[in-house]
Design a protein around this ligand. Structure first.
Ligand code: HEC
Length: 121
């Protein structure tokens, strides 16, 4: 009895270990493709208001991009949300990687509001 069931248990163990390894590999791969970004996650989970976003925009971005986003020193932002992903828009605002555009540090709620406004342009 013992001799007959043991190989079966061993096969089951191998199967279980393979599944664990597969799951772990998949988890690592997914993690590489979309690294967890707590800030972006907080922005995504906030409900944005285009109205609030507009006033944030007029105060912080209007000088360069025009009060209505039509462009000035900075490029026009009309239809920018169709050209760029939400993630790219967030990066553009918080990274400071494209001077002279400064690095902004909006609260997740403010960023969500800004994104909602950018989507109306
Ligand atoms: C000091 C001027 C300045 C300010 C202030 C500024 N920007 Fe910019 N912005 C720029 C310039 C210049 C570029 C072009 C950068 C490049 O691609 O080299 C740009 C690019 C962008 C882009 C990418 C446009 C595209 O077509 O890819 C977005 C989106 C953007 N800005 C949003 C904002 C938002 C939102 C704010 C306010 C929170 C802001 N900017 C404030 C100057 C500014």
């Amino acid at each position: 009895m013992q001799k007959a069931t043991l190989p079966l248990q061993r096969r089951f163990l191998v199967l279980l270990l393979s599944l664990v390894a597969l799951g772990w590999g998949g988890y690592l791969l997914l993690g590489q493709l979309s690294p967890p970004d707590p800030y972006a996650q907080a922005v995504f989970s906030a409900a944005g208001s285009a109205e609030r976003g507009q006033s944030i925009f007029e105060t912080n971005c209007g000088v360069c991009h025009g009060l209505r986003g039509q462009g000035n020193i900075g490029p026009s932002l009309y239809h920018v949300s169709k050209r760029k992903s939400t993630q790219a828009l967030i990066q553009q605002v918080v990274s400071g990687r494209t001077p002279p555009m400064p690095q902004f540090q909006p609260q997740p709620q403010e960023m969500a509001d800004l994104l909602s406004y950018l989507e109306t342009l």
